[in-house]
Design a protein around this ligand. Structure first.
Ligand SMILES: Nc1ncnc2c1ncn2[C@@H]1O[C@H](COP(=O)(O)OP(=O)(O)O)[C@@H](O)[C@H]1O
Ligand SMILES: [Mg+2]
Length: 236
């Protein structure tokens, strides 16, 4: 299973008729079992790119080849839970066939056990994000798309949630595309990093990280970071 993205451009038109170029040519591919991380500054076009990749926005130039029968799990920047449904109901509605054992495992990994019967309005942002993640993983996706799942959480909470995401993607081979503006999150989670320019976004560098996620020591992470800070040998 493979995702092939070849966007040649994306323009937004304002009400006044002005056009804004949001995406420059962006081309990359992702394999089954790989975690690709798109990292770029706020406003560069990351969410726009994800919407195109998911097929939610068809007004762009270029092509996106998604595996035809891929089950897709998506976590949007805002958790988008149904407010009048409990945590458990939110997840079960997305995945009606999920077994009690699978649901229990998801809730255990995401530390949601105590919150099954709570309603979204009773949850902190960190918990609401966890529910959105549980919902995305509950469908056993082939392609998982995560839009800034750790943004606006304090460091300790973001760190825990990052580890939980790593645990979940290690359970079965899922093709994952994660967007972030945090280099720390990116180097801890990615198999492949795509560094984006400011708007209009284009990939300025593609960096494979060969060391398995679980084996990345602080020293290794420091080295990866130093590599990224150094200018590329060949600039494109
Ligand atoms: N529906 C829209 N209409 C017009 N401009 C938009 C729309 N959605 C996003 N934009 C603009 O496109 C740019 C990229 O937005 P977005 O993809 O949300 O960035 P990011 O997710 O990287 O922060 C921003 O300048 C934003 O204002
Ligand atoms: Mg965004």
């Amino acid at each position: 299973m493979r995702l092939e993205v070849d966007i040649t451009g994306k323009t937004f038109r304002s009400a006044a008729g002005e056009t804004h170029e949001v995406l420059a040519p962006v081309k990359f591919a992702l394999q089954s079992g790989e975690v690709g991380v798109l990292i770029g500054p706020s406003g560069c076009g990351k969410s726009t790119m994800l919407r195109i990749i998911l097929g939610l926005d068809r007004d762009f130039r270029g092509t996106v080849a998604r595996p035809p029968e891929a089950r897709i799990g998506m976590v949007f920047q805002e958790p988008r839970l149904l407010p009048w449904r409990s945590v458990e109901q939110n997840v079960r509605l997305a995945a009606p066939d999920i077994t009690d054992a699978k649901l229990a495992e998801l809730f255990r990994i995401l530390e949601l056990d105590a919150h099954r019967s709570h309603f979204p309005g009773e949850l902190s942002l960190g918990l609401a994000r966890r529910v959105a993640l549980a919902r995305a993983f509950a469908v056993e996706p082939d392609l998982l798309v995560l839009d800034e799942p750790l943004a606006s959480l304090d460091d300790a909470l973001a760190g825990r949630l990052r580890d939980e995401i790593a645990t979940l993607v290690a359970r079965r081979p899922v093709m994952t595309l994660l967007v972030t503006h945090s280099l720390d999150d990116a180097i801890r989670l990615a198999d492949r990093l795509f560094l984006l320019s400011p708007r209009p976004a284009r990939i300025v560098r593609e960096v494979p990280i060969a060391i398995p996620r679980a084996e990345r020591s602080e020293a290794e992470l420091g080295r990866i970071k130093a590599d990224l800070a150094a200018p590329p040998l060949e600039s494109k």
